[in-house]
Design a protein. Structure first.
Length: 223
């Protein structure tokens, strides 16, 4: 193991773990460092959970309170939020298992790290695909409600039609122009979500997973 790597590991030790005259095994230092990396993964996962709960709860509350004609959107958001909660539960459970101090470090960490990578990869693919799907589903819901609103205007007096037609935005756009704008935004959103998810997941999880991989390599060298 290189001297610089040993210095970096030594700096991550708590002062209470270093006593004059004591010899700390390299495996213990590596184990402690892996625990710190896993703790960062858990913090990022919890922060993501808080952000999702706040954003989704406020959005669903707004739709159900002020935009009841689009109540299907609230159901769609609730389904996506429920899927994320299930993902959070499984991933949080895995990270807790990876923090097991009594477990044999290399074998368990290597196996669990592989599972964690699969979770993160699935999260990236699902998030990239789900974003445009949710967008198009929301667009269909809005368009359907807008057309339904237009059909009701036939029996509405002329003075009332002005105020009613101001409700759905899609009523002010012709079908041809609406679909062009709708598909263009969907294409931009699809490409943007790919790069945004790639950057965000790399920042929250990818870099820490790579650190754990490096620690496993160091453990194998030390063994």
């Amino acid at each position: 193991m290189e001297l610089d790597s040993l210095k970096d590991i030594w700096k991550n030790l708590d002062e209470t773990d270093i006593r004059p005259g004591s010899e700390v095994p390299i495996s213990s230092m590596l184990h402690k460092r892996s625990q710190g990396t896993i703790a960062r993964l858990k913090r990022n996962l919890n922060r993501e959970l808080i952000a999702v709960l706040i954003i989704y709860s406020l959005t669903i509350w707004y739709i159900t309170t002020f935009q009841r004609m689009y109540s299907e959107l609230a159901v769609l958001l609730a389904l996506v939020g429920g899927a994320f909660l299930f993902y959070y539960y499984r991933k949080s459970k895995l990270l807790k298992q990876m923090e097991c101090v009594a477990c044999e470090v290399r074998s368990n960490l290597k196996q669990q790290l592989g599972t964690l990578e699969k979770y993160v990869r699935f999260y990236f693919i699902a998030g990239t695909i789900l974003t445009p799907l949710a967008y198009f589903a929301a667009g269909i819901i809005i368009l359907f409600n807008a057309q339904e609103g237009n059909s009701h205007l036939v029996d509405v007096p002329l003075e009332a039609q002005t105020s009613v037609s101001q409700m759905p935005i899609a009523q002010h756009i012709s079908n041809h122009r609406f679909f062009i704008v709708f598909l263009s935004i969907g294409a931009v959103l699809t490409v943007g979500s790919y790069f945004l998810n790639r950057w965000l997941i790399g920042k929250l999880y990818g870099q820490h997973i790579q650190k754990l991989k490096d620690l496993l390599m160091q453990m194998d060298e030390e063994a």
